[in-house]
Design a protein around this ligand. Structure first.
Ligand SMILES: *Cc1c(COP(=O)(O)O)cnc(C)c1O
Length: 432
């Protein structure tokens, strides 16, 4: 299906990137559970390997099922192309890889997913990369943290789990004036609630493990490029602007223009780092995306109902959710995230750490898991699990203090979820 930008989101989430299989007529995108593709002849093979022709060589680089997923998400994000990866964390490393050299740094928000905080504080140092963590509410600090060797600014749109929504247009201006890309992790918002490229972001990363696949079935990650960044405007991005030794001195940006970053992601990133997405995972994720808008509407409606109920409950100290009128970010959420501020929020329980542990153990519908974005409602006590490796200061900054519980609200009946929280709170508080 030829999809110009005129189709609406609900049409695109079902059709973008897909067409009936040309040989069989199969209507649903087939799972190309396949490793290699026969070359038409030796010239065809040479052209593919020289990047003179686009086509399939080997599924570490591209696979037809995975390609549909890349096209689908990139279209929904208003980007020009995508790179599917084995997980959200792989997508983050893969997104930085073309931008970074040893000694370079990135400026990142303190309010990020706990696993990302760990990846950026420790693991990337092994590559000689460094992250400077700053509070993105303090714009002067963000500006001051950007130095000569800073190659990107990184944040989440709707933050996990802090009840915070980033002012993407304002942060993107800082990135623009520094001549560096803004990378936005759009996992918690999904392109249904937020399209960061339209607000000035350069690159999007996703954990498709969450709302995009939607049913808690498979790992995956994805990078989308806006195609708008001029990689040759400075000497900051030699991997994209300078000759690439592994392709006979080819300059990606000069040769491929706006597609430079996406092609580099496949031809160098996936080829050499190998963090490719499995075709079956791409297929399952495509099934999920077909209903993304419908699920997100229910996720958000349930989240607002439940957050409002919790906020009035005397056993609760505070609810941190940008979808509540009482949130300090309510005005920003309405302006930049008009369809909702996600379905992920935290609340602080009176009584602290032990009460939270009892609460989590007493819930019946909510599952205690280290995941989010499932059709099922999920709960986690971040301080004892996902944010356990962080220092108390990092926990506090990430909105994961010891008396805080995070909910990922599913698409069940809101009344049933409220009844479950009510009975679990009664048990948790009774023992204090
Ligand atoms: C889960 C998650 C990740 C990591 O993704 P994986 O698929 O688990 O590797 C990154 N960012 C956010 C916001 C997440 O929720």
């Amino acid at each position: 299906m030829d999809l110009t930008a005129t189709y609406g989101f609900d049409t695109l989430q079902v059709h973008a990137g897909a067409q009936p299989d040309p040989t069989t007529g199969a209507r649903q995108t087939p799972v190309f559970q396949n490793t290699a593709y026969v070359f038409k002849d030796a010239d065809h093979a040479a052209a593919l390997f020289n990047l003179q022709e686009v086509g399939y060589i080997y599924s570490r680089l591209t696979n037809p099922t995975v390609a549909v997923l890349q096209e689908r998400v990139s279209t929904l994000e208003a980007g020009i192309g995508g790179i599917a990866c084995s997980s959200g964390h792989a997508a983050q490393i893969m997104a930085l890889f073309p931008l970074m050299s040893p000694g370079d740094d990135i400026v990142v928000s303190t309010r990020l997913y706990g696993g990302t905080v760990t990846q950026f504080s420790n693991t990337i140092r092994r590559f000689g990369w460094r992250a400077t963590f700053v509070d993105f509410e303090d714009l002067a600090s963000v500006r001051n943290a950007v130095g000569d060797r800073t190659k990107a600014i990184f944040t989440e749109s709707v933050c996990n789990p802090g009840g915070y929504v980033t002012d993407i247009p304002v942060i993107s201006e800082i990135a623009d004036s520094a001549g560096i890309p803004l990378i936005v992790d759009n996992t918690s918002a999904t392109p249904y609630l937020c399209r960061p490229i339209e607000q000035g972001a350069t690159l999007i990363v996703h954990s498709t493990t969450k709302y995009l696949s939607g049913n808690g079935t498979c790992m995956g990650g994805l990078i989308v490029d806006s195609g708008r960044f001029d990689w040759s405007a400075s000497d900051k991005f030699p991997s994209l602007s300078q000759p690439e030794p592994a392709y006979h001195g080819l300059k990606f940006h000069e040769t491929f223009g706006e597609l430079a970053y996406v092609l580099h992601g496949h031809a160098v990133g996936l080829r050499d780092l190998g963090a490719c997405q499995a075709p079956m995972n791409a297929f399952i994720t495509l099934l999920g995306i077909e209903t993304l808008s419908l699920r997100m509407q229910k996720h958000v409606a349930n989240a607002v109902t439940i957050a409002e109920w919790l906020e009035k409950d005397p056993r609760i100290e505070a609810v941190t959710y940008a979808g509540l009128a009482s949130s300090p970010y309510a005005e920003r959420a309405r302006r930049l995230y008009p369809k909702g501020a996600g379905a992920l929020f935290t609340f602080a329980v009176k009584g602290g750490y032990d009460t939270c542990i009892r609460l989590v153990d007493s819930l019946r519908i909510f599952s205690h898991v280290a995941n989010l974005g499932d059709t099922r409602s999920l709960v986690i006590h971040s301080a004892s699990t996902t944010h356990r490796q962080l220092t108390p200061e990092q926990q506090e900054a990430a909105g994961a203090a010891p008396n805080v519980v995070r909910l990922s609200i599913g698409i069940e009946d809101a009344d049933d979820l409220i009844a479950d929280l009510d009975q679990a709170l009664t048990r948790a508080v009774a023992k204090t």
